[in-house]
Design a protein around this ligand. Structure first.
Ligand SMILES: CC/C=C\C/C=C\C/C=C\C/C=C/C(=O)SCCNC(=O)CCNC(=O)[C@H](O)C(C)(C)COP(=O)(O)OP(=O)(O)OC[C@H]1O[C@@H](n2cnc3c(N)ncnc32)[C@H](O)[C@@H]1OP(=O)(O)O
Length: 292
């Protein structure tokens, strides 16, 4: 059973198990898909490709996060798989980050439940024993960038519209300390300081330069590149790679784990402020009006 902080996520978020489909793929591997998380297994290679499918922009709603958490738990417990490629099924968008509608006009209990799910997905991805390769095939702001940052390797498709970064300050909010820690671990303190304060969204060339991604490739090569990177990482004995990954990441994850409840309370009181609600509503309104 999938648990989120000791509770059944299926019940909390109203996601029905019946929403999932479990079939067998051509190679005999169990294929499981929910509404919004598609899993393409390659049992022979030990790789599962997760395709995020929450149109139009893969915003991370509570239900979407819950499905993703369940999916990751299943894969983590299935010895068939040693690696995950994380990518998007929504053309041009990897993920628009946290769903702003989950953080606007709701009550404190909802904010707390939502934030616990955001923490949970980060911990699951960041501490995964599997090799995670992000095949970033679209724009990747804020929470979308964070998901990519949890991966062991990032490949970004070469399209100037596919910008990536932690742009929270542009929304009038603050990247939480564990978003910041993950970014500092990736691009270093000075670059993270500048990127976070300015809310920078890097186009591919700059993202590569600053170390936000490891490789930029033509869009049609993104999956083949991710596969070839994966085979390089899977050539390392699991126990040695996993212990090394844990050695590199444990302190950062423990920082959040030790302060999890306090972090939720901070988030709830911050996001409930009238001034922050106003900023988020203005930002959402601007996004909507962009089209007109
Ligand atoms: C003391 C401190 C304690 C704790 C810390 C406190 C606070 C910190 C909390 C949280 C950190 C936040 C992390 C986040 O991830 S916030 C989300 C940031 N995301 C963005 O800024 C991206 C916004 N979106 C875009 O820039 C574009 O939509 C995008 C480039 C992704 C795609 O552009 P495109 O032109 O293809 O689509 P749009 O027409 O813009 O959008 C379509 C549709 O989707 C809606 N939309 C977009 N993004 C979101 C989103 N993140 N959440 C909800 N909805 C979103 C958009 O409004 C359109 O809707 P509609 O008009 O109804 O079709």
């Amino acid at each position: 059973m999938a648990l989120l902080a000791g509770r059944t996520v299926l019940l909390r978020a109203g996601v029905r198990l019946g929403a999932e489909a479990a079939t067998r793929g051509g190679n005999g591997a169990r294929r499981f898909a929910s509404h919004r998380v598609l899993v393409e297994p390659d049992a022979a290679a030990g790789i599962a490709t997760i395709k995020l499918k929450n149109p139009p922009v893969n915003s991370l709603s509570l239900e979407f996060l819950t499905e993703l958490i369940i999916c990751l738990e299943k894969l983590e417990n299935d010895k068939t798989f040693r690696g995950i490629i994380l990518t998007s099924d929504c053309p041009g968008i990897f993920s628009a980050g946290l769903d702003l509608r989950e953080m606007c006009g709701k009550n404190p209990a909802h904010y707390a439940e939502y934030w616990r799910a955001v923490q949970e997905i980060w911990l699951k991805l960041y501490l995964s024993n599997m090799v995670l390769v992000a095949a970033i095939n679209g724009a990747s702001p804020a929470g979308g960038c964070l998901m990519a940052l949890t991966c062991d390797y990032r490949v970004l498709a070469d399209n100037p519209r596919y910008r990536i970064g932690l742009n929270e300050t542009l929304l009038g909010i603050i990247a939480p300390f564990w978003f910041k820690d993950n970014l500092v671990n990736t691009i270093g303190h000075r670059a993270a300081d500048r990127a976070l304060q300015l809310g920078l969204l890097f186009p591919p060339t700059e993202a590569l330069q600053v170390g936000m991604v490891d490789q930029v490739v033509p869009e049609d090569q993104i999956h083949s590149t991710a596969l070839s990177v994966m085979s390089q990482w899977l050539a390392i004995p699991d126990h040695a790679r996993q212990l090394t990954k844990s050695m590199m990441r444990k302190a950062t994850a423990d920082h959040l784990i030790k302060q999890r409840e306090a972090d939720i309370q901070n988030f709830v009181s911050f996001i409930s402020k009238d001034s922050i609600q106003k900023s988020l509503q203005v930002y959402l309104e601007k996004l909507k009006q962009k089209k007109h």
